[in-house]
Design a protein around this ligand. Structure first.
Ligand code: SF4
Length: 347
């Protein structure tokens, strides 16, 4: 049964919702290996051996929301920081000098940045855009539609906003007090106003296999050029602090099934969940982007793990390149990445 679905995907015939759910239920180790091999080979057909790298600037850890899974939720009494525009420009320039293909400007849903039609945020994007020549991804949480043209005009190429689940009931339990449709519209608005869009889900937050299959279908049908999955990591001081952490197999399986269902999308391997240790398995499962590269000594946090592998330099670009090269990957150049984005915009 599984072999026929893997063959169908390999031949580029496309797989549907039921087949996606069947693949997500694989637990036999040999069949799982076949799934990963198929995903890896489909990725090579679509993108060759090229892998692209994204640098991460988590510039404000303030947030007005209370997502039940998140360390940075408003009611968690943690120390927070908000970097100045000059610091963000300097950090972005350093990332470009280090050789990443994109700078990801990420923040909690910080009122200071969202007030006044995102005036301060738009100013920061413009300053970063003047200082670097690599593409910019913006991950600011949910914004109103009227500011999307401002994001694009100030220089944002990508807009990332993760739904985390496409099950409305589960969404209301995890993204407490937030509007499902408003968040879903973020990617539609990004694409409507000329940006590329990323969606993502989390595994281990109470979802069923059917929910994950629905998400894989919906992320594809919304047209997001980049789609991701990350494993929930229990966070101190949150309502889910005592929840069990899933093992990595679930995330790897979802990466592989996303690759089979959506061969032409960019799929990240995030360093934020398991650090550098988790990079190779994710690449072998079908990922072709490395995200959350954070150079040491910049006093920046991660999202799922606030300090994993940052200060020891294991999330630096040099170390990531070493690991990728041992896997036979080619680290894509900036001109390769720009050509890829041009092709994606043209579709
Ligand atoms: S996931 Fe994002 S929006 Fe939710 S609490 Fe954390 S930083 Fe805020």
């Amino acid at each position: 049964m599984y072999e026929a679905i893997l063959e169908k995907a390999s031949e580029g015939r496309g797989i549907g919702r039921e087949e996606i759910e069947k693949l997500l239920s694989i637990d036999d180790p040999d069949t799982l290996s076949s799934l990963f091999e198929t995903a890896h080979s489909i990725k090579r057909k679509s993108f060759g051996d090229r892998v692209f790298t994204y640098g991460f600037v988590y510039f404000s850890t303030y947030c007005r929301n209370n997502c039940s899974f998140c360390y940075y939720r408003k009611s968690n009494g943690i120390e927070r920081y908000r970097k100045s525009a000059d610091e963000i420009v300097m950090l972005s320039g350093d990332l470009q000098d280090n050789g990443v293909n994109l700078v990801d400007l990420t923040m909690g849903e910080d009122n200071v940045m969202h007030n006044d039609n995102c005036r301060e945020l738009v100013d920061i994007i413009g300053k970063v855009n003047s200082a670097v020549s690599i593409p910019i991804m913006l991950s600011p949480g949910a914004a109103k539609e009227s500011v999307f043209p401002l994001f694009r005009d100030s220089g944002a190429d990508w807009f990332a906003c993760y739904q985390e689940t496409h099950n409305r009931d589960l969404f209301s339990k995890r993204r407490i007090g937030q509007d499902y449709d408003h968040r879903y519209s973020q990617r539609d608005w990004a694409r409507k106003y000329g940006m590329l869009a990323e969606d993502g889900i989390m595994v281990g937050i109470g979802e069923t296999t059917g929910d994950v299959a629905d998400s894989i279908v919906k992320m594809g049908s919304q047209g997001c050029e980049q789609i991701r999955v990350m494993t929930f990591v229990p966070q101190e001081g949150t309502p889910m602090s005592a929840s069990l952490r899933k093992n990595r197999e679930d995330e790897l399986k979802v990466i592989a099934v996303m690759r089979l269902a959506h061969p032409d999308r960019l799929i990240p391997a995030s360093l934020d969940v398991e650090g550098i240790e988790g990079l190779v398995p994710r690449i072998r499962a079908g990922a072709n982007i490395v995200t959350s590269i954070v150079p040491p000594h910049m006093e920046l946090a991660g999202v799922a793990n606030k300090d994993l592998d940052i200060e020891n330099g294991m999330r630096s670009i040099d170390h990531v390149i070493d690991v990728l090269e041992t896997e036979g990957c080619v680290v894509g150049s900036n001109s390769d990445y720009s050509s890829l984005l041009r092709r994606m915009r043209a579709i």
